[in-house]
Design a protein around this ligand. Structure first.
Ligand code: ADP
Length: 329
């Protein structure tokens, strides 16, 4: 039985909630009918006594009856009013418990996903570096072979470094939103540089930078670089080969606009908000082929918020996604 509840943890919650609500309504009904019964019995008793005294007037027209009736009405209003108030409180309480419960369940699932992916992400480059070093140690290699192995190992170390940077940055951005620098940064140079770096890595996707020159902004250089790296990395990761990624930076009237557009798999509407949550990745870990930790867009969103900017996620016409960031000037 507990296995069944374990599969859908809300079943037990709904049963208990239903029981509480039905129980409250039942008690409300019982109280109201007891009140009515008490009233009728009192009226009957009083009527018998009243008629025994030989009174001619109808008992229902006497002061005694009217007093009893108004007391009965007051009690009825009290039962209905307080009952309704109590019921509303119960429903609000249950809704709140449900919302906390679902958040906890989602967080637990995301943390499980995160642990699963982080272990994998750490393990595979480490094993690859280890293998390269062992090969160099055991075998006599030509300088070209050695160079190739060293380059591979370096690539893995850079990937590991990026992963650790992202984790540390996510922790920092969550803990301390005031610890960011406010220095004048040449955004155009950063965007060009990052795009060029990705191009150098011979991605299967073509990356074009459409950048207005000389755009400066007071921000945190490391943070901004991390934002642009995460956005371009995602655009590449979630795209088919031979498609285009365009990174644009321009100065508008009252803001600086950064846009990363891809022709990839796109993000369904139902997921558009969730992808910015910490550890959130679309789909389940089994069906997911791409590597990741679910921290990239969390970092992007928090960073934009710290600088009072806005972020917009929309569909690219003909497939793919567009991330539009604007920072106020
Ligand atoms: P990660 O890429 O490490 O999984 P992110 O926080 O960067 O984590 O992204 C969260 C999720 O949003 C990704 O797992 C992916 O499913 C989806 N996503 C992000 N960027 C894109 C994109 N450009 N196209 C399609 N899906 C994306």
């Amino acid at each position: 039985m507990f296995k069944f509840f374990g599969r859908n943890p809300f079943v037990l919650f709904y049963i208990v909630s239903g029981y509480i609500l039905v129980f409250t309504l039942w008690w409300g009904y019982l109280l109201a009918s007891k009140n009515e019964q008490a009233f009728t019995e009192k009226v009957e008793l009083n009527r018998v006594a009243y008629e025994a005294q030989g009174n001619k007037m109808k008992y229902e027209d006497t002061d005694s009856y009217l007093k009893l009736y108004s007391k009965y009405e007051r009690q009825k209003v009290m039962i209905v009013g307080e009952g309704a108030f109590f019921l509303i409180l119960q429903v609000l309480g249950l809704l709140q418990v449900r919302s906390i419960f679902s958040k906890e369940i989602a967080l637990a699932a995301q943390q499980r996903n995160f642990l699963h992916s982080i272990t994998h992400e750490l393990k595979s480059p480490l094993s690859s570096v280890k293998l390269s070093l062992e090969t160099m140690l055991k075998r006599q290699l030509t300088p070209e072979q050695q160079g190739k192995l060293i380059n591979n190992a370096l690539g893995d170390v850079v990937r590991l470094e990026g992963l650790v940077d992202n984790i540390l940055f996510a922790a920092k951005i969550e803990r301390d939103t005031h610890g960011f620098a406010n220095e004048e940064v040449n955004l155009s140079d950063i965007v060009e540089l990052v795009a060029a770096k990705f191009r150098e890595n011979k991605n299967r996707v073509s990356i074009r930078a459409d950048v207005e020159e000389g755009i400066y902004y007071h921000t945190d250089q490391i943070g901004f670089t991390s934002v642009i790296i995460n956005l371009i990395e995602n655009a590449i990761k979630y795209s088919r080969p031979d498609t285009n990624v365009v990174v644009a930076l321009r100065q508008a009237d009252k803001s600086i606009l950064l846009e990363v557009k891809d022709e990839g798999y796109g993000i369904p509407d139902a997921e558009k908000k969730k992808v910015f949550e910490k550890f959130y990745r679309i789909g389940s870990e089994d069906t997911r082929k791409t590597k990741g930790t679910g921290l990239g867009l969390f970092i992007v969103k928090r960073f934009v918020e710290i600088y009072k900017g806005k972020i917009e996620l929309s569909d690219n016409t003909g497939g793919g996604s567009i991330f539009r960031l604007s920072f106020p000037v």
